[in-house]
Design a protein around this ligand. Structure first.
Ligand code: PEP
Length: 237
């Protein structure tokens, strides 16, 4: 079995002093991907971590004040890009058209994509989780070069589980992860790696890590505290 991937999404957290302290505490645990704010990417790169951007511009280059392009991220040594995180879909109103454009930009700059999909609590209650996820997958991956699909990882992140302390049952995660793999395989003849994300922490990681079709974890809150994140990395490896 190939190694599972642990990705830390730091979101808009930490000051420079906190980042320096974090890096010093994580010296022996670089077996992960860290996605800090853009500002701190060079610090993690210089310290030999694998890193990901939390977002990318949908534009190639030019007069787009405040944006950061895939080409720029790639040029400083960024390895991955999280695209379509639910917080961006919700707060920044990114729709599937925008997400698709960003996926294409990332792939054309040779970045690996972590594409986030997942249902709201309401959609779960209505029993339309799979419809929602199928639509996101098909729309977000439309017209991407078929040969690039192996650079796309999918993160299954139920929106109701993000930052709430609530986690789906293992069987529910297994079922959706299997659905995601089948849906992508049908379209691209390739079975993608699928991460689980949503309130993964140092207490539930042992249980979550028993789900046999999950290829890794996208961790938010718990990645900010080295001791907690180290426990997750150690459990998964
Ligand atoms: C996330 O936002 O990608 C995430 C998984 O957050 P948390 O672990 O805090 O639920």
């Amino acid at each position: 079995m190939t190694k599972k991937l642990v990705v830390g999404n730091m979101k808009m957290n930490l000051t420079l002093d906190e980042v320096k302290d974090y890096i010093s505490k994580m010296q022996d645990y670089k077996d992960c991907v860290i996605c800090p704010s853009y500002l701190y990417l060079p610090y993690f790169i210089d310290a030999d971590f694998l890193v990901g951007a939390q977002n990318l511009s949908l534009y190639e280059k030019g007069a787009y004040t405040g944006e950061v392009s895939a080409i720029q991220a790639s040029s400083i040594g960024v390895d991955y890009a999280i695209i379509g995180h639910s917080e961006r879909r919700l707060f920044i109103h990114e729709d599937d058209l925008i997400v698709n454009a960003k996926v294409k930009r990332a792939l054309s700059s040779k970045l690996k994509v972590i594409l986030c999909v997942g249902e709201t609590r309401e959609e779960k209650n209505l029993g339309i989780t799979k419809d929602k996820i199928e639509k996101q997958l098909l729309d977000d991956l439309v017209d991407i070069p078929k040969e690039d699909i192996s650079d796309v990882l999918i993160a299954y992140e139920p929106i109701w589980a993000i930052g709430t302390g609530e986690v789906p049952l293992n069987e529910e995660i297994h079922d959706i992860v299997s659905f995601i793999k089948k849906t992508v395989k049908k379209e691209f003849h390739y079975t993608p790696k699928v991460l689980y994300g949503g309130s993964t922490n140092e207490k539930n990681i042992e249980e979550l890590n028993t789900i046999d079709n999950v290829d890794g974890f996208l961790v938010g809150g718990a990645c900010l505290v080295p001791d907690k994140f180290i426990k997750i990395i150690e459990t998964v490896k």
